[in-house]
Design a protein around this ligand. Structure first.
Ligand code: MN
Length: 729
């Protein structure tokens, strides 16, 4: 760990060290995979560009800045196993943020992917900054998280960057140390966990604890040191006998041992409320079987387990079979804990070489394998699936920035549940999965017709959450088909995608009707029905596909008016106006002059009422000033309020409503309608009159010219014999 204050600048020595680091980097890349001359050129060019761009800049520790990108690149290759593209991006990861070099320049020299990765890494820093100021720009935030999830390399590199910063934290100011350490435990440790970069995760945890809880760290470190010597004893009473057994049985294997890290001990003691002495797996031994054919892996691991449990006392509560039911991150292993002759429990993990790679690198192993073998078609890539899942949830989300981070973090700790079909087949799904997820996991067709399930003999709906151990029998009918709401009844990206596919297929059935209507609309406004105009409409309404556009037109989600708006042929808002006019009946604030207006259906203002405008989407909704809906809106969205007045001298008939209560009697209805139609010459649209227990309640919808007109009618109605009460709606 770099120490502050002791650094001596010596440029000749530094130049030598730089060169040595660079050669070490190239050697590490070659050890992973032979480099093509293009790749080697690219790495050299990235190194040269970064070195020159950062020239003259030094880190807090005093050393030249370029040592940091070099170290990050080395971690990427040696500790994660990333290849040349990641190495170039690692070398360049700070140039856009800290030097004059632009993304465009990077794109020109190194291509699109490297530029995108650097861009993503740069943006994560912005996110962390925003989170500290609790910025309200949720939309911005979502975009950044999305760009970060576009390429797994971004996350891998950010972790390498963070690991190096944590390793060299010593030279930072104390407050800065705490900020970086808490960021690390807030976001980067969960990320490392989810990706399965376990050794990086463990090291980050150790470093965080060392800076945030130094006393406890020292205390446990001392206790672990006090058991020194135990490893030697275990060698004699456990490891030697196990080796002998395995050799005699003819196994090919590697044997590894480890002592639990300070932080893991601490966490176990805290979580389980136990003392240091009660930690079962302070020592662990791992048996890694070599050259086992895939189909014999499970059986071979169990053979080893049988040998061990024949010789040592095992703790039955601590047996775990992660081979029959692998964890969601791909982890497979048999685990048992045995009592040793020196009276210490030791955890034993039994696995094959293939399982070991996955256990050490988790999801990352799958990802790296796929990167290294682009020619092979590998279906399930957990990293890609996970990123897709995050993208899906970010895309549909309308939540606040803070909720988004929380949700994102939660997704880092997703656990899995094990479910059974009626035939006893196991289905593994993320926890909180529903019946619908289960149905789609079995077969798309079953999902598409799912109406619910029998879960442990109980009948439940599609959205019922499932739990480990549930036996699930999906119920389906041919007549059931997916609807938009189904998207809320499931969790897995697989189910969501299948539902979207089904909806898209359904939408196709509406294409003909959509085409017919669109042609009719366009003809009416004398627009050509050609691809240019169609394209313009699609962009204007932000429709993802032709099918979506036709569908929305066919079912009326997109109206003739919206089509007209697209081509600048807007007619005034029709809804509540009795006759059509080219201008709105309202005078509005100057900046909203040309907006279409609509009288609000909640309070139905008429000429003479005091009114206020509220921006609603692309139009102004005009309310009476006392309207409850309007007041709520004004309280919450000050900037939506528009001053509005009735245009003087306009003669308009507006639809309004009144309620009436009266003692029911014969001829009441006729008298009311006669007053409205004959005496006042008003246009009545609808009247309902219901009587119960001698009291009549009526609602009358009618067109009036202005508020005086209306008040006149109200007093006329009140004068009718038996009418108790008349009021505006
Ligand atoms: Mn950096």
């Amino acid at each position: 760990m770099a120490d502050s204050g002791t650094y001596v600048i010596d440029e000749t020595r530094e130049a030598c060290e730089m060169q040595a680091k660079y050669l070490e980097l190239i050697a590490a890349c070659r050890a992973l995979k032979p480099l093509t001359s293009d790749e080697e050129q690219g790495i050299l060019r990235a190194y040269t560009m970064a070195r020159e761009a950062h020239a003259g800049t030094r880190r807090k520790s005093g050393e030249p800045y370029i040592f940091h990108p070099l170290a990050v690149a080395l971690i990427a290759v040696k500790e994660v196993g990333l290849g040349p593209t990641a190495v170039m991006a690692a070398l360049l990861h700070d140039v856009v943020e800290d030097t004059d070099i632009t993304l465009d320049e990077l794109r020109m020299v190194f291509g699109d992917r490297v530029a995108k990765i650097v861009d993503g890494v740069t943006k994560i820093d912005d996110v962390m900054l925003m989170q500290q100021t609790e910025s309200k720009q949720a939309e911005n935030y979502r975009k950044i998280l999305l760009s970060m999830c576009n390429d797994a390399y971004v996350i891998f590199l950010k972790l390498c960057d963070r690991l190096h910063n944590m390793r060299t934290l010593g030279s930072m100011k104390d407050t800065k140390k705490l900020i970086i350490a808490s960021e690390t435990s807030y976001l980067y440790i969960p990320l490392a966990h989810r990706l399965g970069l376990y050794s990086i995760k463990t090291e980050l945890e150790e470093l965080v604890m060392r800076y945030t809880n130094p006393e406890k760290y020292a205390e446990i470190e001392a206790k672990i040191a006090a058991t020194a010597g135990t490893s030697e004893q275990l060698e004699e009473c456990l490891i030697q006998p196990v080796r002998q057994m395995l050799d005699e049985a003819g196994f090919q294997y590697t044997l590894k041992t480890r002592t639990k890290s300070v932080y893991s001990c601490y966490k176990k003691m805290e979580n389980k409320h136990i003392d240091f002495d009660e930690i079962f797996d302070l020592y662990a031994m791992r048996i890694i079987l070599k050259d086992v054919p895939r189909e014999h892996e499970r059986e071979e691991c169990f053979r080893v387990f049988a040998l061990i449990s024949g010789k040592f006392t095992t703790n039955p509560n601590r047996f775990r079979d992660w081979i029959s039911h692998p964890k969601n991150n791909g982890y497979e292993s048999l685990q048992t804990t045995v009592m040793t002759p020196i009276n210490r429990w030791v955890e034993i993990q039994i696995r094959t070489e293939r399982m070991d790679v996955i256990a050490e690198k988790g999801m990352a192993a799958h990802f790296l394998y796929k990167e290294a073998h682009p020619e092979e078609h590998i279906e399930n890539n957990p990293v890609e699936e996970w990123l897709q899942q995050i993208r899906t949830s970010l895309e549909q989300s309308d939540k606040s920035a803070l909720d988004l981070v929380e949700e994102f973090k939660e997704s880092l700790y997703t656990k899995e549940i094990y479910l059974f079909t009626p035939h006893g087949k196991t289905i593994t799904l993320p926890s909180h999965s529903t019946v619908l997820d289960f149905a789609y996991a079995i077969h798309t067709n079953l999902g598409n017709h799912c109406i619910g399930a029998k879960v442990n003999a109980r009948v439940v709906g599609r959205s019922e959450r499932l739990h480990t151990g549930d036996q699930v029998q999906v119920l389906s009918t041919e007549n059931t088909k997916p609807t938009e709401e189904w998207l809320n009844e499931c969790l897995t990206p697989h189910a969501r995608e299948a539902i979207k596919d089904a909806l898209r297929a359904r939408r196709k059935e509406f294409v003909a009707e959509g085409k017919r209507r669109l042609a009719e609309y366009l003809a009416k406004m004398r627009m050509r029905n050609n691809p240019q105009n169609f394209g313009q409409l699609k962009r204007y309404l932000s429709q993802p596909s032709d099918i979506d556009l036709y569908y929305d037109i066919a079912v009326g989600n997109i109206t003739e008016r919206q089509v007209a708006e697209c081509f600048g042929k807007v007619r005034p808002a029709p809804s509540f106006f009795f006759h059509e006019t080219q201008t709105t009946p309202f005078l509005l604030d100057q900046e909203y002059e040309n907006y279409p207006t609509e009288t609000a259906p909640c309070c139905k203002p008429v000429q003479g009422d005091q009114v206020v405008g509220i921006v609603q989407g692309d139009r102004i909704m005009v309310h009476r000033t006392g309207c409850k809906v309007a007041m709520d809106e004004m309280a919450n969205h000050e900037n939506h309020v528009v001053r509005a007045k009735w245009r003087p001298g306009e003669q308009l008939s507006l639809l309004t409503g009144i309620t009436l209560t009266a003692i029911d009697r014969k001829g009441l209805l006729q008298e009311i309608t006669r007053h409205i139609s004959d005496e006042l010459d008003l246009n009545m649209r609808a009247i309902t009159l219901e009587a119960s227990e001698g009291v009549a309640h009526g609602i009358i919808m009618l067109y009036v010219n202005d508020v005086e007109n209306l008040n006149g009618l109200i007093s006329k109605l009140k004068s009718i014999d038996g009418v108790e009460d008349v009021r505006r709606i």
